[in-house]
Design a binder for this molecule. Structure first.
Ligand code: SF4
Length: 422
C-alpha cells in the first residue's frame, strides 16, 4: 500500500499577505459610512473595479461577502431568510445569502458592511445578476446602474461592442462624480490601470508556474488567496506588490521542488466553483489521493490573464471594455470554455478533469453533462463529475462525494499502474 499523502503544514507569505490585504479592505468598508466615503456594489465577473477606484468610490462585492459567510458556516440562516421572503429553493444561493444578509440588517462577516451608495450591475454572462442587483438596490435604497455587456459572439469584440460599453462607462463616470463630488481625472485612472496590469502579469506568472512538477500551489483550492487581490484589489499598488511577492514565493518553491502536498500523484484541471461551506472537507477528499489542481476555470471568473491580456493605460476605457467583453470566463460560450479547459489539460499536462457542478448556478452548470462526455469520449481525458453547491450547505453530501471521488482515483491509479507495466 502506498504511503499516505499529507498536506504540507505550510502557511506561506501569500496566504498571510492576502488575508491582511482583504482584511484592510473590509476595515475600510466598515469605516466608509462614518467617513462619508461613497461605496459601489459590483460583481466579480469581468468587473470595472479600476474605474470605481479612479472615481473615489470604494468597491464592495456582494459575492465576496456571501462566500465569506459560507466559509464561516453562516450562510444557511441567511438563505432561509431569503426563502421566507419568497425566493425559491432552486434560486442561486449567492443571491439568497446576500439578500438574506441585507434583510437581516446588512451585517458582514465580523465587520459591518455598509449599504452601497450605488449598485453597479456590471452584467457579464449571468442574467441572474440583473435581478439580484435590482433587488439589492431596492433593499439597500442605493442608486442602480445597469451596465449591459453584450455576450461574446465573435473571437474578438467588435468595435461596436467596445464603443457600446465605453459609452456606458462614461455614463458611470458621471454618476460617480455626482455621488463623490470629485471630478474624474483620466491620468489617475491611467495610474490605477498601470498597477492593474502589473498585478495581472504577476497572477499570470503564478499560474504558469503550476506547469512545474510538483506544482508549487493548488490552482483551485489555493487560488482563493490570489483571487481576492486580483478581483477585488486590482488597481491598487498593494495588489501589484502582492503578486511580486507571490511570484517570488512560488519560484522559490519550484526551485526547492516543493508542492502543497507531500507527494503529487495526480494532476487535475478543475471546472466549477468550490463548495465554500465545506471547503476544507472537499479539499481533503482530493488530498488523500495526492491530487493537485494545476489549473482551474473558476480562478478566471474575474479575468483570464494567462493568455496575455493586460489593461492598457494608453487605452483606458477601451481596455476596460475589452476585459469585460472577452477576457473573463463568464462572458464566453460553453464551447469557448471547452477550448480553455482543453488547453489547460494539454499544456499543464493534467491526468484528469474534475467538474464540480453547482446545484444553484445555471451559468456554470448548464451543459456540464455534455462537457464530461466530450472530454471523456472525444478527447479521452478521464473526467469526474460531482455535484454540491457553492453556498448552500444542504446540498453537500460528503459520503456520496467521497464514494465517487475514491472510485474515480482508484480507477485512475489502476490505469497508471497498468500503463507503467506493473
Ligand atoms: S447563478 Fe452562478 S454566476 Fe449567476 S450569480 Fe449565481 S453563482 Fe454567480
Amino acid at each position: 500500500m502506498a504511503e499516505a499523502v499529507t498536506e504540507r503544514q505550510y502557511q506561506g507569505r501569500v496566504h498571510q499577505r492576502s488575508r491582511q490585504l482583504m482584511s484592510a479592505w473590509m476595515s475600510e468598508l466598515a469605516r466608509a459610512e462614518a467617513e462619508g466615503v461613497p461605496t459601489g456594489a459590483l460583481m466579480i465577473s469581468g468587473n470595472c473595479v479600476e474605474l470605481l477606484r479612479a472615481c473615489h468610490v470604494l468597491p464592495m462585492f456582494p459575492e465576496v461577502t456571501a462566500l465569506q459567510n459560507a466559509i464561516r458556516k453562516k450562510s444557511l440562516p441567511l438563505i432561509l431568510k431569503a426563502e421566507q421572503a419568497g425566493y425559491s429553493s432552486d434560486n442561486c444561493a449567492y443571491v439568497k445569502a446576500d439578500i438574506g444578509l441585507f434583510l437581516d440588517g446588512g451585517m458582514g462577516p465580523g465587520k459591518p458592511i455598509p449599504f452601497p451608495t450605488i449598485t453597479v450591475c456590471n452584467y457579464v454572462g449571468c442574467n441572474v445578476y440583473v435581478k439580484w442587483f435590482e433587488h439589492l438596490a431596492d433593499v439597500s435604497g442605493s442608486r442602480l446602474f445597469v451596465l449591459d455587456t453584450p455576450f461574446a459572439r465573435t473571437p474578438e469584440p467588435t468595435p461596436g461592442d467596445v464603443r457600446y460599453v465605453v459609452s456606458q462607462l462614461e455614463e458611470l463616470i458621471t454618476l460617480c462624480e455626482s455621488v463623490s463630488g470629485k471630478k474624474f481625472d483620466i491620468d489617475y485612472l491611467r495610474e490605477i490601470l498601470g498597477h492593474a496590469a502589473r498585478a495581472e502579469a504577476g497572477y499570470a506568472r503564478c499560474k504558469h508556474l503550476t506547469r512545474h512538477r510538483p506544482a508549487p500551489f493548488d490552482a483551485y483550492f489555493d487560488s482563493i488567496n490570489m483571487m481576492g487581490p486580483i478581483n477585488v484589489l486590482r488597481g491598487t499598488r498593494e495588489a501589484a506588490e502582492f503578486f511580486d511577492e507571490a511570484v517570488a514565493e512560488f519560484e522559490e518553491l519550484v526551485t526547492q521542488g516543493l508542492g502543497p502536498l507531500s507527494e503529487e500523484r495526480f494532476r487535475t484541471v478543475v471546472e466549477g466553483p468550490p463548495p465554500y461551506p465545506y471547503y476544507k472537507s472537499f479539499r481533503n477528499l482530493f488530498t488523500r489521493w495526492g491530487a493537485v489542481a494545476v489549473q482551474s476555470t473558476y480562478s478566471t471568473v474575474g479575468g483570464i490573464w494567462e493568455w496575455g491580456f493586460r489593461h492598457d493605460p494608453q487605452r483606458p476605457l477601451e481596455s476596460i471594455a475589452e476585459q469585460m467583453l472577452r477576457e473573463n470566463l463568464t462572458n464566453r460560450s460553453i464551447t469557448a470554455r471547452y477550448g480553455q479547459i482543453k488547453r489547460y489539460v494539454e499544456e499543464w499536462e493534467a491526468d484528469a478533469l474534475v467538474i464540480h457542478s453547482i446545484k444553484s448556478c445555471r451559468l456554470f452548470s448548464a451543459g456540464q453533462g455534455d462537457m464530461r462526455d466530450y472530454f471523456t469520449r472525444e478527447l479521452g481525458v478521464p473526467t469526474l463529475l460531482v455535484e454540491s453547491d457553492l453556498e448552500d450547505p444542504r446540498y453537500y453530501a460528503e459520503a456520496q462525494l467521497r464514494n465517487r471521488i475514491d472510485a474515480f482515483f482508484e480507477a485512475l491509479e489502476h490505469k497508471k499502474l497498468v500503463g507503467a507495466g506493473h
